[in-house]
Structure formats: structure tokens, C-alpha cells
Design a protein around this ligand. Sequence first.
Ligand SMILES: *[C@@H]1O[C@H](CO)[C@@H](O)[C@H](O)[C@H]1NC(C)=O
Ligand SMILES: *[C@@H]1O[C@H](CO)[C@@H](O)[C@H](O)[C@H]1NC(C)=O
Ligand SMILES: *[C@@H]1O[C@H](CO)[C@@H](O)[C@H](O)[C@H]1NC(C)=O
Length: 410
Amino acid sequence: MLRRVNFYSICIAFGLSVLLILAGSRYTDNNVYRPATESRRNIKNYYRSEDSDEIYVQPIPTNAFDGSPDVEKILEKTRAKIKHELYNYNFNQSNVHNLEDLLLESGGKPVRSIITSTWRSGTTFLGEILNAQPGNYYHYEPLLNYGIIQIRGTPESDKALKTLKKMLHCKYEGMEDYFEYGKTHLHQFSHNTRLWDHCKYKKELCFDADFTSRFCKLFPFQSMKVVRVRLRLMKQLLEDKELNVKVILLIRDPRGVMQSRQHRNFCQPSSDCWKPELLCADMISDYVAAGRLLQKYPKRLMALRYEELALSPNSTTHKLMKFLGLSVSPSINEFLVLHTNVEVAGVSSTFRVSKEVPFRWKNILDFSYVDEIQQKCKEAMELWGYRIADNATHMASKDFDPLDEYSITP
Ligand SMILES: *[C@@H]1O[C@H](CO)[C@@H](O)[C@H](O)[C@H]1NC(C)=O
Ligand SMILES: *[C@@H]1O[C@H](CO)[C@@H](O)[C@H](O)[C@H]1NC(C)=O
Ligand SMILES: *[C@@H]1O[C@H](CO)[C@@H](O)[C@H](O)[C@H]1NC(C)=O
């Protein structure tokens, strides 16, 4: 009797374990295409990247899942969606007649832009403004796998620039390092919302050079953000007539940058990240490069201070879009209303990017640290128009405006 009970309980336990294993495998088997089970919360975790800026804005999901893992179908639907979204778009702004003129797929040339900056300078925010434009493909931090380093010259720059060029041409073959890194750092892909809309349900799509290349070629607007390559080196990309890329140099007050970097432990082992003198040497180098490059390519380089973007997001964004040769789509205005304190038609926003954000360092940093930064950054701050705080009282006072005029002269 007792033996029989034991036998049954062993049977039941065994049965239950099999069921549990089966259920578990549904969640680990990557080949199972299962759109419904992936929660927003899971996806959100991928955004906690070491590169995200203080003003963090969740990317707008686009191109909702359509239930099909069929690559041809995904491409077909995306093609149709882009066409639909840009139906009323004025292509004159981009100096072309129609959408096809901007598509690599049909032998056209996309509108390409690169935001070049350094860590914690507002690039995530700016990148997401540009990505709010329909038909944009967002090459987010192609050099994440290089770690926390700055690329200032050869030999690293040769390979890095080649990677940037290949991506802007939507040629992903031979980029094993990039894909290998992305497999364990999904935020490399997730900021590219229009691609991620498909790979969040089937990650392999994002690791597939062939799919990524074909998908990328459907998009008329191609934006990229890079925080590891100094402007001087971007000359090579500006020189490339075929690429016809425009570059936005994003600069931020070194005191704001250093305060923002304090939050993160990712900075500590890397002197490129925690030494203000290295940050500011790069700011000087960027200033000199900007002067030279603006002479040669006045219509293809724009320097922008993050503080100006945060203080006047609407007018700065409009100016930026004009520079890039893009019409401001309603979705960009929507983005600004949702994420900044721009008011449109009397609707007040959620004040996510308040006017205080760029100057938060004034209330957080010790004056002794600010003084140290200022001493090491005197020249860089003078060039980029950032005023020195004289003492702790001065720094904290309402009258102290850290922003001064500046101009870029070669
Ligand atoms: C675009 O420009 C062409 C000629 O340059 C003009 O005929 C056309 O009306 C313009 N289209 C729009 C939407 O402004
Ligand atoms: C945003 O800026 C543009 C161009 O400067 C302007 O035409 C528009 O009225 C502005 N919108 C708001 C809400 O301020
Ligand atoms: C602090 O700096 C301000 C502005 O330069 C100056 O007027 C003030 O006297 C200074 N205070 C002290 C305690 O040094």
C-alpha cells in the first residue's frame, strides 16, 4: 500500500517537473517566435545603458508587431509604412523630388546625419528628437564595443571610421564584433526603435547582417550618434562626397558633464571619462577642428551647446532640422510637447526636460570640485562660452548665468 502511494507520488512529481521544464523552455527557446509574452518592463531594462544621458526619454515605439516572422513580409510592410507616413512630406527640403531619391534600396541617397559628442552631454535626448522623425533609421552608438575610450587618432580611428561608413551605407557584412557585442548588450539595438520593433520579438533579426542591411536600406533618413570619436577625425566622413553626411557637434559645460558622470560607476577605470583635463583637451581639439571644418564645409557642420537645446528645445530643434534639410514632422513637435516644457496650443507638457536640468551641477557639486574643473578647463570654457564661478556663493546664486556668448573662429 505504502509502496504504491510512493510510486504514484513519484509519478506525479515526475509529471510536474516535465511540465515545468516544458513551460520554462517556452521562455528560453530563442527560436520560438512569441510576440505576446515580451513585456514592456523587460524591454525597458535594456535601456539602462551606461551611455544613456541624464535626461532619459523612452523611445517611441513604432511599427507595432504584425504577427509575422517572415523577413520578406517585414520588409514589404516597412516599405509601405514609410511610404504612408511620408505621404505628405515635402521632399523639396531635402533637395529631391520623391521618396525613392532618398532610398538606398532604389539607388537613391539618404539624408545622413551624425551627432558627435562625448558621454553625458545630452546626446540621447538629441538622438531621440531626430529619431522622432518618421522614416528615420537610428544608428545608435556603433562603437559601444570599444568600451569607455576616446578615439583621437590612428590606429584605432581607421577601423572605427570604416565601421561608421559601412553603417551609413547600410553594409553590415563583416561586422562580427558589432553583432557579437550586441548579443549581450541589447541597448545597442533597442534605441533604433524601427528595427527593434521587429527584433524585440525575435532577437536574431538584430544579429543578422543580411536582414539589417536590407532593412536599413528602406529608410530615407539615417541618423547616427557617436560619443567616442573626436570631431577632427570626422573630416574623413565629411570629405566623402558619396556619403554627403552632415555632422552636429554637441558640446556641454564640463561642470555639467562631470557632475553627470559622477552618477555612474562606469567612469572610474577610464581616465578618458573621469579626468576633466582630458574632457577639456578634447573640447579644445573639437573647437579647433570645428573652426577648420566650418570653413571648408559651412553647410555640413553645426556646433551646438546642449544648454541651448535644453533652454529652447523648440527653436533649436527647428534650426537643426533646417540645417539637416528635413521638414519638421508633426511627430517631432509631439515629442517636444511630451518631453520638454514647450507649449503647443495651450497644452502644457510634463516638464521632463526642465530648464533647470543643464544647471543642476550648481546645486550638487562642491565648489572645491568645480574650482578644480575650472582650473583644468579654463581655456575650453572660454572658447565655448562658459563662465567661471568665483566662489561657492556666486556659484549657487540665481544671478550667476554660466552661459556666455561664443563664436567659432578658425
Ligand atoms: C517643390 O519644388 C518644385 C520646383 O522646384 C515645385 O514645383 C513644387 O511645387 C514644390 N513642392 C512643394 C510641395 O513645395
Ligand atoms: C517652434 O519654432 C518654430 C520655428 O522657430 C515656430 O514656427 C513655432 O511656432 C514654434 N512653436 C512653438 C510651440 O513655440
Ligand atoms: C564671491 O564672488 C562674488 C562675485 O565675484 C563676489 O562679489 C563676492 O565678494 C565673493 N565672495 C567672497 C566671500 O569671496
